[in-house]
Ligand binder design. Structure first.
Ligand code: SF4
Length: 366
């Protein structure tokens, strides 16, 4: 790996570059300085250095999966969401087992290994509904990896079912839950959450679900949706909370930052919409999150060209093929890439493309 040029970077960035080169940990103040850094080339080179410290192989992975949204009925009314329908809305739905099986059959036909199952906070679906669904999926597709339910869905489910968090997660795991997606984190700061999602789980609740899942041996991912009302300091606070929990449990397998998509939502305007902001936040995340192995490029929200560029700003993974996606597409973002296109993007960037499972075990060439 080339050493970043620090001659013109200024004393703060020069000190950060030295810390990174030595494999050390940067501070919150350092992360703030990186978020203000206009030298994108330097940021990319620092992030690339950190990427190769964690993942030495010149390999970029992805997974073939499908996102199924089992219901769009939700009582939580997040202002950034264009996907949900309130109870009683004629456009609200709950998928039947037969409808879900038909979608899984399509996934299997394309060689898919993982089902990402998420939905709204339905007021009437309780633990027995999820146990029956997960058990039926696992009976029919025993080797399918079930990556399901965000932290806020699990906390909502626990409340509705009058169960403790620990018991809810234990029962879901017994029924077939393999891992938990990091969705619903938005920005882990209660001021921001109070503005964009006042009825959603608090920061402490999101972290409590992740902590309990990790303690029960369930691996999870972590996300960050930026570009609404947050400050740079609140982005750093988000990263700080993730790094602390990862120090404690080691249960996160990956981090995925992505930009808010404003179309059809109650939040009229989005900040930080450009590619430079995305690449700066991605690079800062890679440099700060020194205990996360994998960072995903968000081509779903950034498009294929920026997704490819992200591989030079700390990302070592292209996420998934997303055979079906309904949430960001409801907010106007409709990028689609199949397995050959993803493999081509990776190879054209000078990396070896490989298929992985949810734990980032390599399954073979893409
Ligand atoms: S983001 Fe999730 S919890 Fe919030 S309104 Fe949309 S479906 Fe409901």
């Amino acid at each position: 790996m080339p050493t970043p040029t620090i001659a013109t970077a200024g004393p703060r960035l020069a000190a950060i570059a030295e810390t990174v080169a030595a494999g050390g940990r940067i501070s919150d103040a350092d992360a703030l300085a990186l978020l203000a850094c206009t030298d994108l080339t330097l940021l990319g080179r620092l992030a690339e250095q950190c990427r190769f410290q964690r993942v030495p192989e010149r390999r970029v992975t992805f997974i073939v999966d499908r996102n199924i949204n089992y219901t769009n009925v939700c009582i939580t009314r997040c202002k950034f969401c264009a996907f949900y329908r309130l109870p009683g809305d004629p456009a609200g739905y709950v998928l039947s087992h037969a409808e879900i099986f038909a979608k899984i059959d399509e996934l299997r036909a394309q060689g898919g290994h993982q089902l990402l199952l998420q939905g709204g906070h339905h007021p009437e679906l309780k633990i027995d509904w999820f146990e029956a669904l997960f058990t039926a999926i696992k009976a029919r597709y025993p080797d399918l990896h079930l990556h399901a339910l965000s932290c806020s869905e699990i906390a909502h489910l626990a409340r509705r079912s009058k169960l403790s968090l620990a018991e809810t997660i234990r029962r879901l795991r017994v029924a077939g839950l393999d891992s938990i997606p990091g969705a619903g984190a938005e920005i882990l700061d209660d001021r921001v959450r109070g503005v964009i999602a006042p009825y959603k789980e608090s920061t402490a609740s999101w972290l409590a679900v992740m902590r309990e899942a990790h303690h029960q041996g369930i691996r999870t991912s972590a996300t960050m949706m930026y570009g609404t009302v947050e400050t740079d300091a609140e982005i750093v606070a988000h990263l700080h909370r993730l790094r602390d929990l990862q120090d404690e449990t080691g249960g996160f397998v990956a981090f995925i930052p992505w930009a808010f998509q404003p179309a059809s939502t109650e939040l009229a305007t989005a900040t930080r919409r450009g590619a430079v902001e995305y690449l700066r936040i991605l690079a800062t995340s890679r440099i700060y999150l020194d205990n996360f192995d994998h960072l995903q490029a968000s081509w779903v929200t950034q498009g294929e060209k920026i997704g490819q560029l992200a591989l030079f700003f700390g990302a070592d993974d292209m996420g998934s093929t997303m055979l079906e996606e309904n949430v960001v597409s409801a907010a106007g973002c409709t990028f689609r890439l199949g397995r050959p296109e993803l493999a081509h993007l990776i190879a054209a960037a000078g990396f070896t493309a490989a298929l992985r499972d949810q734990r980032y075990q390599i399954l073979g060439p893409a």
